[in-house]
Design a protein around this ligand. Structure first.
Ligand code: PEP
Ligand code: MG
Length: 734
C-alpha cells in the first residue's frame, strides 16, 4: 500500500513540474488499462476527484485520438473539436487550448500526457518537443517499474503468458529461461549533462555502425553471422537515411542523451510504421529495432551477442535469425532451446539441429516483440510451440513430458552397447550423420557403429573463406582419430541447391536444386575437388578411407570422379607419402535416373548410399524445403518404397554394400519399413540411434518383409497407417 501511495505521489509530482515548466494551468497523465481504456492517473489543475475515476474508451475524446494516432495533437479551441468528449467530473470546461502527446513504448501507446490552458493559445514546437521528451522519460520509468499501479500498467509490463506457433526443427521439449541473442540495452541515463558530448558520442557510434554494416556486406560474411542479405540492405538504407539522422539530431537537441535519442526515434518510427496500412512496412519494424539495438550496443561499448556473456544453465536462446557459427559460440552445456523468428527449415537451421540436438523451432513470428530477457519459457519442438511466461498448469504438464523424455533417454542409453539385432537375428548397422567436430562425442554416446555420412560441406559453410588444404586435413584427421576402428564415410563437397557457401558465388539459377551442384561442380572445377581428396588422403594415411560422391546422375560421372581420385592417389605415392590401407569409393543414389543404371553402377562402386531426402524430392518433384509441397508425398508410399526395394534387390544381386542416410532413417516407423525392405545398414541423426535401436530389437524383419510384399501391391498414397498397425499388432516399438 505504501508503495502504491509513493507511486501516486511521484506521478503527482511529475504533472505538477510539467505544468509549472510549460506555464500551463493543467497537466494530466492518462495510462492505458488492460481493457484498452485510458485512465486519468494524475492531474495538476483538473478536479482531483476525477483521478482514477475518469476512464476514456479506446478512441474516445481528444486523449483517445492522440492515443490512437500515436502522435502529438494540439487544438486552440479543443471544446469545439468534434472528437471532444465532455467529462463533468473533471471540471475541464474552463480550458480551451489542448496539447496531447502519446507515451510510447515499443511503438505502442501506453498512455497520453496532456496540457491545457484557459486561453486559446498555440503551443510552440519546442514546448511540444519538451512534452514528448517528458513522455519518454515517463515511459522508461514506468517500464523500469518505478511508478506503477496494478490496474494501469498492463501494457508496459509483458507479464501475461503467451503461446506462439512455429516450425519444429528438432523433436525434444525444453524448459528454461530466455536469453536474447542480441541483448537489449536498457537506457537508464536519459537527460544529457553535456549536449555536445552526446552529439559526438552519437556521431561516432553511427560511424562505427555503418562501417560494420558496409564491411559485412563487402565481405559477404553473411552465413557466419546469420544475416540475410535483404536485412543488411535494409539496415544500410536506414543507417544512411538522412531523415533518420535528422530525427536523431532533433531528439538530441531536446536535451536527451545519445542513448535516449536513439530510443526516442525508434519509438516514434515504430509508432508511424505500426499505423501504415501496408503490412510490408510492419515487417520492417524489425529492421529499425535491430538497427537501434546495434547502435545502442555501440554506444554502451558492448557489441557482442549473448553467446560471449554469461548464460543461465537453462538458456532458451531467442533470435531473429542466426548463423551456425554463432550458435556454436554458445556453451553447449547451458543451451536447452533455440527459437528463431525467421529462417525456413533451410540448411543453416538443419545444421543447427543436426549438430546440437536441442529443442528448436523456427518461423516463430512476433516472439521478439513479446519477450524479455529472463522470461520463463518452454520450447515444445514436437508440437512446434513456444510458451512464454507459462502458467503453473502448463509448466507441470511439460515437466511430466520432460521427465518422460528423460526416462526414455535413460532406456536408450542402456541399449548403447547392445547390438541392433532383430528378433529373427538380422544385424542392422546403425550409423550417425555428422558434419562438424562437434558431432563426434555423439559417436560414443549413441553407441553407433560408425559415421555413415560425414557432410564435409558444413566446414565450408561455417567459415568465411575456403578452408585451406591443411585446415581440411586437420578436420578429417581428427574425425578419423576419434572414430578409431569405426568406419567413417566422407562425402565429397555437396554444395549448391539449398547449401550455400557465402563466399562462393556460382551465379543465380532459376532452379538451384536441379542446377550446378555437388558432383557437377566437382567435375567442372576439379581443383576444389582435388584439394579435398588430397586432404582426405593425407588425413587417412595408414588407415582406411571411404569417400562418397553426391548427386551422381550418370555412371560416367562416377567413373570420371573416380579417375580424379585415383590420380590424386598416384601423386600421393609419387611424393612418398603413406597411403591409406584401403580406399573405398561409393556413390549416393539420390537422382532417380540412377534407378535404371544400377546394373552398370553397382559393379563399379565399393558401396552405395541412398540419399532419400533428395531421391524422394526428385521422385515426386516436390521441393524438400518448401512446406507447401514437401508434406504432400510420403516416403512411405508404395511408389517410393518400391524404388527403395529395387535398389536393395540390385545391391544384393551385385553384392554391393548398401546403406541409406536420409532423414527417414532416423524415424522409427520409416526405419522399420527400410529394415522390412531389406536394408541392413542405415545412417541417421545421433539422437535417433536410441529410438531406432529399440525398434530394431523388437522387430521380426522377415514377418514385415512378407507383409510389405502384399502392401506394396496396393494402390495407396501412403502405407503409414498400415505400417503403424503392423507395429501395434506385433509389438514393435516405434
Ligand atoms: C539426402 O539427400 O538424403 C542426403 C543424405 O543428403 P543431404 O540431405 O545432405 O542432401
Ligand atoms: Mg542429398
Amino acid at each position: 500500500m505504501a508503495e502504491h501511495e509513493s507511486a501516486q505521489a511521484r506521478l503527482d509530482k511529475v504533472v505538477m513540474l510539467i505544468a509549472s515548466n510549460i506555464v500551463a494551468e493543467v497537466c494530466s497523465l492518462y495510462l492505458r488499462r488492460r481493457d484498452g481504456s485510458l485512465e486519468l492517473v494524475a492531474t495538476e489543475g483538473l478536479n482531483p476527484g476525477a483521478v482514477h475515476n475518469t476512464h476514456l474508451k479506446p478512441g474516445e475524446g481528444l486523449v483517445g485520438l492522440v492515443a490512437e494516432q500515436a502522435e502529438p495533437k494540439q487544438f486552440a479551441d479543443a471544446q469545439h473539436h468534434p472528437a471532444f468528449s465532455y467529462r463533468p467530473e473533471t471540471g475541464e470546461e474552463a480550458y480551451h487550448s489542448f496539447v496531447g502527446v502519446p507515451i510510447l513504448r515499443g511503438g505502442h501507446t501506453i498512455g497520453v500526457l496532456t496540457v491545457q490552458n484557459r486561453t486559446m493559445r498555440q503551443y510552440g514546437d519546442e514546448e511540444v518537443e519538451a512534452l514528448q521528451t517528458t513522455a519518454m522519460v515517463i515511459a522508461e520509468t514506468l517500464a523500469a517499474g518505478g511508478i506503477v499501479s496494478d490496474e494501469v500498467t498492463a501494457e508496459t509490463r509483458r507479464d501475461s503468458n503467451a503461446r506462439f506457433m512455429g516450425q519444429p526443427i528438432s523433436e525434444s521439449v525444453a524448459l528454461g529461461h530466455v536469453v536474447l541473442h542480441e541483448p537489449r540495452i536498457v537506457v537508464t541515463r536519459l537527460i544529457a549533462e553535456d549536449v555536445d558530448l552526446e552529439r559526438r558520442r552519437l556521431q561516432q557510434a553511427i560511424e562505427e555502425l555503418t562501417g560494420q554494416i558496409d564491411d559485412m556486406m563487402e565481405r559477404g560474411d553473411l552465413a557466419r553471422a546469420g544475416e540475410h542479405h535483404e536485412v543488411l540492405e535494409a539496415f544500410r538504407m536506414f543507417a544512411h537515411d538522412h531523415g533518420w539522422r535528422r530525427r536523431l539530431d532533433e531528439a538530441l537537441a531536446t536535451g536527451l542523451t545519445a542513448e535516449a535519442a536513439v530510443q526516442r526515434v525508434r519509438n516514434d518510427t515504430r509508432a508511424r510504421m505500426l499505423r501504415m496500412p501496408d503490412p510490408r512496412f510492419r515487417d520492417r519494424l524489425h529492421d529499425i529495432d535491430d538497427l537501434s539495438n546495434r547502435l545502442l550496443r555501440f554506444l554502451s561499448g558492448g557489441t557482442e551477442t549473448a553467446a560471449t556473456g554469461s548464460c543461465p544453465r537453462d538458456a532458451i536462446v531467442i533470435a531473429r535469425t542466426m548463423g551456425p557459427a554463432e550458435l556454436l559460440d554458445y556453451d553447449r552445456q547451458r543451451l536447452r532451446g533455440l527459437v528463431l523468428e525467421e529462417g525456413g527449415v533451410n540448411s543453416h537451421v538443419a545444421i543447427v539441429r543436426r549438430a546440437l540436438g536441442i529443442a528448436a523451432i523456427t518461423q516463430c513470428k512476433g516472439v521478439l516483440e513479446a519477450v524479455e530477457q529472463g522470461d520463463a519459457a518452454i520450447v515444445d519442438a514436437q508440437g512446434g510451440e513456444l510458451h512464454l511466461r507459462p502458467t503453473q498448469e502448463v509448466i507441470s504438464a511439460y515437466s511430466d513430458k520432460v521427465r518422460f523424455q528423460a526416462r526414455k533417454q535413460a532406456q536408450y542409453a542402456a541399449l548403447r552397447n547392445v547390438p541392433a539385432m532383430t528378433l529373427d537375428d538380422q544385424r542392422v548397422g546403425l550409423h550417425i550423420n555428422a558434419g562438424l567436430l562437434f558431432d563426434l562425442p555423439h559417436l560414443d554416446q549413441s553407441g553407433a557403429d560408425g559415421i555413415g555420412l560425414f557432410r564435409t560441406e558444413l566446414q565450408f559453410m561455417i567459415s568465411s573463406t575456403f578452408p585451406r588444404l591443411d585446415q581440411q586435413t586437420r578436420l578429417y584427421k581428427s574425425i578419423l582419430d576419434s572414430a578409431g576402428k569405426r568406419p567413417v564415410v566422407f562425402r565429397s563437397l555437396d554444395v549448391g541447391g539449398d547449401k550455400v557457401i557465402p563466399y562462393f558465388r556460382a551465379g543465380a539459377e532459376e532452379n538451384p536444386a536441379l542446377g550446378w551442384r555437388a558432383i557437377r561442380m566437382a567435375l567442372d572445377r576439379p581443383a576444389l575437388f582435388r584439394t579435398q581428396i588430397r586432404a582426405l588422403l593425407r588425413a587417412a594415411q595408414g588407415r582406411e578411407l571411404r569417400v562418397m560422391l553426391p548427386m551422381i546422375s550418370d555412371v560416367s560421372e562416377f567413373e570420371t570422379a573416380r579417375g580424379l581420385i585415383d590420380r590424386e592417389l598416384t601423386i600421393l605415392k609419387k611424393h612418398g607419402r603413406t597411403e591409406p590401407t584401403k580406399l573405398m569409393v561409393g556413390a549416393m543414389i539420390e537422382v532417380p535416373a540412377l534407378l535404371w543404371q544400377l546394373d552398370s553402377l553397382l559393379p563399379l562402386a565399393d558401396f552405395v548410399s541412398v540419399g532419400s531426402n533428395d531421391l524422394v524430392q526428385f521422385l515426386f518433384a516436390a521441393d524438400r524445403g518448401n512446406d507447401r509441397v514437401s508434406g504432400r508425398f510420403d516416403a512411405l508410399s508404395p511408389a517410393a518404397l518400391r524404388a527403395f526395394r529395387q535398389i536393395v534387390l540390385a545391391a544384393d544381386r551385385h553384392g554391393t554394400p548398401l546403406t541409406l542416410c536420409g532423414e527417414m532413417a532416423g524415424r522409427p516407423l520409416e526405419a522399420m519399413a527400410l529394415v522390412g525392405l531389406g536394408f541392413r545398414s542405415i545412417s541417421m541423426a545421433p539422437a535417433s540411434v536410441g529410438p531406432v535401436k529399440a525398434m530394431v530389437l523388437s522387430l521380426d524383419a522377415e514377418n514385415l518383409r512378407r507383409r510389405l510384399d502384399t502392401l506394396l501391391e496396393e494402390r495407396k498414397t501412403s502405407l503409414r497407417e498400415d505400417l503403424k498397425r503392423f507395429a501395434a499388432e506385433t509389438g514393435v516399438q516405434i
